[in-house]
Design a protein around this ligand. Structure first.
Ligand SMILES: Nc1ncnc2c1ncn2[C@@H]1O[C@H](COP(=O)(O)OP(=O)(O)OP(=O)(O)O)[C@@H](O)[C@H]1O
Ligand SMILES: [Mg+2]
Length: 290
């Protein structure tokens, strides 16, 4: 496996490709300026400004309905912004969607692996989608399975996997083409503490081996504290606080936990933004994983 992932097909000097996004002296993997998405009556994402340093793990926190998934969907070019700008790996999501798609991996909030196929077959399907050359596919698939600790389960049907194994398979699937930036929407929802830690360990390994930038959403403050160099707390579509977990805790009080920070900035109104539909969906996901 090679050095830090680069968006494929990118970026010789003079190419129309990536800008060197600088923020101070830090290169940015994701940058948004006043990014906005409206649905009929709801402004799901409202003038959001984010700066995610390259090769960091960045957490998007916020109550149900805060706009986290909508933000990710705009960053991965699944949903067009209503206004504002977003760049991923140096590419503009609206003007350079093909380049963005090549540079990213994505694991959705809902389970997406196909239970009727084996782990190997699931990955092989994605190897084709990612246009990994035929002669390399098998090796890449086995590398990815091994990397995520799934070699022994390669030929089991995914419907017999545990929730933790499915999540690891989905992460394997999302990284096979060695994306520069990985988007993970609630990667450990519904997992037991051991499975959750296994996912964490593999994500850290992705960062240290390939320099992959990871943007993840979570409701789990322990996860944010353990994993994220920086977090942004979203509330009603806006980033109401951004910084390292440490800095945010210090800003709220000497003994403050990240839970306290969350309540401080969101006002403890966890239920306000979350519709019944959203809660039901989350429980359904957790049950399927369990
Ligand atoms: N396709 C859609 N059509 C209409 N409204 C939508 C659509 N997708 C999201 N919304 C609304 O946008 C808001 C933000 O939703 P989003 O899914 O981004 O929140 P979230 O922060 O990911 O929440 P959760 O923590 O529950 O996953 C919510 O009010 C939601 O109902
Ligand atoms: Mg969501």
């Amino acid at each position: 496996m090679s050095a830090p992932a680069q968006p494929s097909g990118s970026a010789e000097v003079g190419d129309t490709g990536a800008h060197e996004m600088e923020h101070g002296t830090t290169k940015l993997a994701v940058e948004t300026e006043a990014l906005t998405r409206r649905f009929a009556t709801v402004t799901a994402v409202d003038h959001l400004n984010l700066a995610v340093p390259a090769s960091s793990i960045f957490g998007l926190l916020g109550p149900n309905g805060a706009g986290k998934t909508t933000t990710i969907k705009m960053l991965i070019t699944m949903l067009p912004p209503s206004a504002g700008v977003a760049r991923v790996a140096g590419y503009d999501v609206q003007r350079q969607p093909v380049e963005v798609r090549r540079a990213i991996g994505y694991v959705s909030q809902m389970l997406s692996a196909d239970g009727a196929l084996t782990g190997y077959e699931n990955l092989l399907l994605f190897a084709r989608i990612y246009a990994i050359p035929r002669r390399e596919r098998r090796d890449r698939v086995f590398d990815a399975l091994e990397f995520m600790g799934l070699s022994e389960a390669a030929h089991l049907l995914v419907k017999n996997y545990s929730g933790g194994m499915i999540r690891r398979l989905e992460i394997a699937q999302s990284m096979m083409h060695r994306p520069a930036v990985l988007f993970l929407d609630e990667p450990t929802i519904g997992l037991d503490p051991v499975a959750r830690r296994a996912v964490w360990a593999h994500l850290r390994e992705l960062l240290s081996r390939f320099g992959t930038t990871i943007l993840m959403t979570t409701h789990d403050m322990e996860e944010a504290e353990e994993m994220c160099e920086y977090v942004a707390i979203m509330h009603r579509g806006r980033a109401v606080a951004t910084g390292s977990p440490e800095a945010l805790r210090a800003s709220v009080g000497p003994q403050a936990s990240l839970d306290d920070v969350f309540v401080h900035f969101v006002g403890g109104l966890i239920d306000e933004g979350g519709s019944y539909r959203e809660s039901a969906r989350i429980r359904r996901t957790a049950r399927r994983l369990g």
